[in-house]
Design a binder for this molecule. Structure first.
Ligand code: SAH
Length: 459
């Protein structure tokens, strides 16, 4: 960042500031002569001595050196590395304050971006025990010193901070990572070296069914070889009896994307199962599956409640993944059509329908924006459209198709309030009323905000 004459502070200067607000990332905001400084581990109302770390034209970053007063919403942190790595950026915030912060994030964008200040936004639905909830971990592997280490990257870098306890993951997953790590050390498997594009093991991924206890291990390697695989597999199975599937995913590319195109199944099949709201689901190593199972059930119950189905409805579930929302709605609808772009997830969804004896569902593999355009051109109708897009939200083309098809009701499950607000503005302009929004905390200790919005078509 380059310095500017109007910037009132300089790098390495010390200042005493009072925190006024929080950014959507959960950083404290203090102002010096109107110039905003963003500070990690800082809560509104707190006074602290900070050191200027970075300055840009319109804002800068500072580090807290000495806290002079503490907010009543402050709790003791588990480990400062977790804030540094961006894993638990809200760990210093009392949980009820985290829930209020998330509601506030939704409120802000609904007012500022969607320009819908009157929409009813409920209190965030929280978790009784907001730790140890994640059913999936993807942990980078690097050489640190002379050893193969697992840990986490420092924020905005690829410097590995070795870690053994992740606090927000299922403790059985933390344990599995260490056991797999030790087996890899025993056989001298070479950790990946990003700079030189040498070594082999890039990531260890562990997924575990919350209700079933079934575990899947994915070893992401740079090359297709993994030696001595005939020893590694039995060792993993012995150390971790819950493992039903071991997959080697090969990623030779020099990118940040974790998974490569090719995979070799080393044990079992490329799937493990879990249950959700009483139904059983198969999940492949490539398929998306919500990471917080008990909160996901609460989220889906909100969807079911907003859907208020009678059994007569034709429903479209866009971005359907392995069909979890689709099958949950199917019990109370005439027919539900799922749309999903990742092929293995569509395969899972079809198998899941059969597994649960649900026959009033159809899954379409394709891009939601393309399928919706096609379906609206064909004159197909829906009583309810559910969408659950990734962080970037809905494509313009998708929204145009919705406004063409005019489903009577729409439920928008969002993991990003900013794109939600942008899309709601367009849908409101196109004739929908935004009725209400229910935030649900799927990611305690992090700044991620999930919500369910109900929209109805004005007649
Ligand atoms: N509703 C599911 C999945 C939500 S995650 C659940 O609750 O588990 C979003 C899903 O959208 C992922 O499965 C992802 O693969 C899929 N996806 C991403 N972009 C897409 C697109 N353009 N068209 C269709 N599906 C897409």
């Amino acid at each position: 960042m380059k310095a500017d004459k109007t910037v009132p502070v300089q790098k390495n200067e010390k200042h005493t500031v009072k925190i006024e607000d929080l950014t959507h990332e959960g950083m404290g905001v203090a102002k010096i002569k109107g110039y905003p400084l963003f500070i990690e581990d800082a809560l509104p109302g707190e006074e602290m001595e900070v050191k200027i770390h970075k300055t840009g034209k319109s804002f800068g970053y500072a580090k807290s050196m000495n806290r002079l007063t503490s907010s009543q919403n402050r709790v003791e942190i588990k480990d400062a590395n977790f804030t540094r790595a961006g894993i638990t950026p809200l760990q210093h915030m009392h949980y009820p304050a985290q829930l209020a912060f998330k509601k506030e994030q939704v409120k802000k964008v609904i007012k500022r971006i969607a320009k819908l200040p009157d929409v009813k936004i409920f209190d965030t639905i929280g978790m009784a025990e907001p730790w140890g909830y994640r059913n999936k971990a993807q942990v980078p592997v690097r050489k640190v010193g002379e050893k193969l280490m697992t840990g986490f990257f420092r924020r905005n870098s690829h410097d590995l901070i070795p870690m053994e306890d992740f606090y927000i993951q299922d403790p059985k997953i933390d344990e599995a990572i260490l056991k797999v790590r030790d087996i890899m050390r025993t056989y001298n498997v070479k950790p990946y070296n990003e700079k030189e594009n040498t070594g082999n093991l890039r990531h260890i991924i562990v997924r575990r069914g919350y209700y079933t206890g079934e575990m899947m291990i994915v070893l992401v390697t740079r090359t297709a070889k993994l030696f001595p695989v005939s020893k590694i597999i039995p060792d993993i199975l012995e150390a971790l009896p819950e493992v039903v599937s071991i997959v080697q995913n090969v990623n030779p590319t020099r990118t940040n994307t974790i998974l490569g195109e090719d995979a070799i199944v080393l044990h079992g099949e490329d799937k493990y199962t879990d249950t959700l709201l009483g139904k059983t689901y198969e999940i492949s190593h490539r398929s998306f599956y919500q990471v917080n199972p008990t909160q996901t059930e609460k989220l889906y119950n909100v969807v079911l409640d907003y859907a208020a189905l009678t059994g007569e409805e034709t429903v479209i579930d866009a971005y359907s993944g392995i069909g979890t929302i689709t099958l949950s709605l199917a019990d109370k609808a005439k027919h539900v059509y799922g749309i999903e772009s990742v092929e293995p997830a569509v395969e899972n969804a079809k198998a899941n329908a059969a597994l649960n004896h649900v026959d009033n569902v159809t899954f379409e593999a394709g891009l939601a924006e393309e399928v919706m355009v096609e379906w609206s051109k064909e004159g197909r109708k829906a009583d309810l459209l559910v969408v659950d897009p990734p962080r970037k939200g809905l494509e313009g083309q998708f929204i145009d198709a919705v406004l063409e098809m005019k489903p009577t009701k729409m439920i928008y499950v969002s993991c990003n309030p900013a794109t939600l607000a942008r899309d709601l503005a367009l849908l409101a302009e196109g004739g929908y009323t935004v009725e209400k929004i229910q935030p649900v905390d799927l990611f305690p200790q992090t700044n991620h905000v999930e919500s369910v919005t109900l929209l109805t078509l004005k007649d």
